[in-house]
Design a protein around this ligand. Structure first.
Ligand SMILES: [Zn+2]
Length: 117
């Protein structure tokens, strides 16, 4: 399952970050999942539940943001496109740059850092 490899990559990123900040635990992970990423959020959540066991993120809450496809066009349009047609909604061009919605991105990490006295 594709989601498992994505989640395990995410978990190593998260633990690296936790170590870097001397955190004991991760309390919240926020990711955005692009609608074009090929990742099924429910499977992602399922994979996360099994991957987090025994890691610093064992007790962390996972928040998933659904990222719509965003494009930028030479006509100056920059924003979301809705629906299945890959066209610029402003000038109908097909030669557009996809700037968001194709990836899973780690947006935010809340770490539990013990106070150092
Ligand atoms: Zn355009």
């Amino acid at each position: 399952m594709h989601e498992f490899s994505v989640v395990s990559a995410l978990m190593s990123l998260v633990s690296e970050d936790a170590i870097k900040h001397n955190a004991d635990k991760v309390s919240r992970i926020t990711v955005s999942i692009g609608v074009m990423s090929g990742i099924e959020p429910s499977l992602f959540m399922e994979a996360y539940q099994s991957c987090k066991k025994g890691t610093v993120a064992e007790e962390a809450t996972l928040d998933i943001i659904h990222q719509e496809v965003e494009i930028s066009c030479s006509c100056g349009y920059c924003g979301e496109i809705v629906g299945v047609s890959f066209l610029c909604p402003q000038c109908q061009a097909v030669d557009i740059d996809v700037i968001a919605g194709e990836d899973m991105i780690l947006q935010q990490l809340e770490l539990d850092v013990p106070e150092s006295n």
